[in-house]
Design a protein around this ligand. Structure first.
Ligand code: FUL
Length: 481
């Protein structure tokens, strides 16, 4: 009897695990490295070079190496602050447009090895690598294609120089999660003493295809960022504004770094053939580099919260620049804002009101794809409809009238980005009231609406390229209205 009972339990367990008729991928899908990147959501940009000491944003390339002397440099402080602020990694300007290298590159004299910092024996990249490891952060590198110091810039030899430096960075500093290729290109500069204007053709000069191969070979898990991908795209502005409609898709073969594509970069291409999600890069101060006269202009915790909504809340990652000062430390004002923002964030999303609540849908695909998957806390489960059905409703029953003012929605992007239009409504005082008209979702969106007392929240997926796949829904009552 006991044996039969056990067998029965086993059969029930096996059959409840086996899902029927799983959906197929629709359109482009993210690679493993892109999926890992989506999970990162929020990380630090560090702009640091000779400019920090010359008070410039773009160094001309003729700066004496001796100006670089961060006497109290402490990468552990940067990493500790980043970790405490809730960030998952740090991307550093290993070389900015001035050409000065923060590591002792074998291919130039314009680097830390000729500075007086640590008698020329220092290596900022090495120190940051160790600090990131200690604090559980990932490391990324920015290597400016434009080099105002190099005499090679503008000639074919420059590509060999650039790629040699890239190889050093990718081979000698452990795992790199993102390689950042800037779009600013060509103009006047020192260029080894020539002091002239050098223009290049963005479309052809850099031969990016072959540079990308180096990254793939040396760091297969790294994503590459530029205006046009290949893995991650610029969002099209430096103000921290992601686009409400935001496809992770791009016709990247029609784009090139430094081109005039701001609007397209924000929204992506609905019919794009490649998965190239957007990253929002923005500074905590007016400048990218540290300037003492901007100490009072650091963004407030509340302002950082707005940035979070307009980036992470709009299916983008947030790359927030926090530039170290001349000591080589993050400034006290910046730290205060970052940690203040971290506290606000905790309060904003303190208690998920959808958690543990009954969720129903007008229809679902069958066993394994029910609406209860959207609030089970498991990113691998999702609700979906029949193959032929591209619309559907999900209702979260809050049991009693509850105040709500935020919603988080996530698609199961492993099988593609699908939702084109959705609405959110609340059942309040006996009627349905529409709160939000939305377009795309993707990895994640977070939307605000005025506080409403509701017993039920309905999400209507009214237009989708294929059956919608929703992996997560959260509801919050954030402080304020
Ligand atoms: C731009 C650069 O010109 C700025 O100096 C900064 O590095 C920013 C992130 O990208 O293209």
């Amino acid at each position: 009897m006991k044996k039969i009972f056990c067998l029965l339990i086993l059969i029930i367990a096996i059959s409840s695990c086996s899902k029927l008729n799983p959906p197929e991928a629709f359109g482009p899908v993210p690679t493993e490295r892109q999926l890992a990147w989506h999970e990162m959501e929020y990380y630090m940009f560090v702009h640091f070079t000779v400019n920090t000491f010359t008070d410039k944003e773009w160094g001309y390339g003729d700066e004496k190496e001796s100006v670089f002397n961060p006497a109290e440099l402490d990468c552990r402080q940067w990493a500790r602050v980043a970790r405490d602020a809730g960030m998952k990694g740090i991307i550093i300007t290993a070389k900015h447009h001035d050409g000065f290298c923060l590591w002792p590159s074998k291919f130039t004299n314009h680097s830390v090895k000729n500075s007086i910092w640590k008698n020329g024996k220092g290596d900022v990249l090495q120190e940051l690598r160790s600090a990131c490891d200690e604090y559980g952060l990932k490391l990324g590198v920015y290597l400016s294609p434009w080099d105002r110091n190099s005499s090679f810039y503008g000639t074919p030899e420059y590509l060999t120089y650039y790629r040699s430096q890239l190889r050093e960075l990718l081979a000698d500093y452990g795992d790199i999660f993102e390689v950042w290729f800037d779009g600013a290109n060509g103009g006047d500069g020192y260029y080894g003493g020539a002091k002239e204007t050098r223009k290049i053709d963005n479309k052809t000069y850099y031969d990016w295809t072959n540079t990308h191969k180096i990254v793939r070979a040396l760091q297969p898990s790294a994503v590459m960022f530029s205006d046009a991908g290949p893995d991650i795209r610029w969002v099209g502005n430096e103000n921290g504004m992601g686009s409400l409609t935001n496809w992770c898709l791009l016709k990247k073969d029609e784009m090139y770094p430094g081109g005039d594509f701001a609007k397209i970069l924000g929204e992506g291409h609905e019919d794009g053939k490649f998965w190239v999600p957007s990253e929002v890069d923005v500074s905590i101060r007016p400048g990218w580099f540290y300037h003492q006269n901007q100490d009072s202009l650091v963004r407030s915790p509340e302002n950082l919260m707005e940035l979070y909504y307009s980036s992470v809340g709009r299916n983008s990652n947030l790359l927030l620049n926090v530039p170290p000062d001349r000591r080589g430390l993050l400034h006290e004002n910046d730290i205060k804002s970052l940690l203040g923002f971290r506290e606000l964030l905790k309060k904003e999303f303190e208690k998920d009101l959808a958690k543990g609540k009954a969720v129903v849908s007008t229809s679902f695909r069958g066993r394994g794809y029910g609406a209860s998957n959207v609030n089970d806390g498991k990113p691998e489960t999702y609700w979906t409809t029949d193959k032929s059905q591209t619309t559907g409703d999900i209702i979260v029953n809050l049991t009693t009238e509850t105040e709500v003012n935020r919603i988080v929605l996530q698609e199961y992007i492993k099988l593609g980005q699908r939702v084109q239009e959705f609405q959110v409504s609340a059942f309040s005082k006996g009627e349905w009231i529409k709160l939000i008209d939305g377009t795309t979702i993707g990895h994640k969106i977070i939307r605000k609406f005025p506080v409403i007392k509701a017993s039920e929240i309905k999400i209507t997926f009214s237009k989708s390229k294929a059956c919608p796949l929703i992996s997560n829904i959260e509801l919050y009552r954030a402080p304020g209205n």
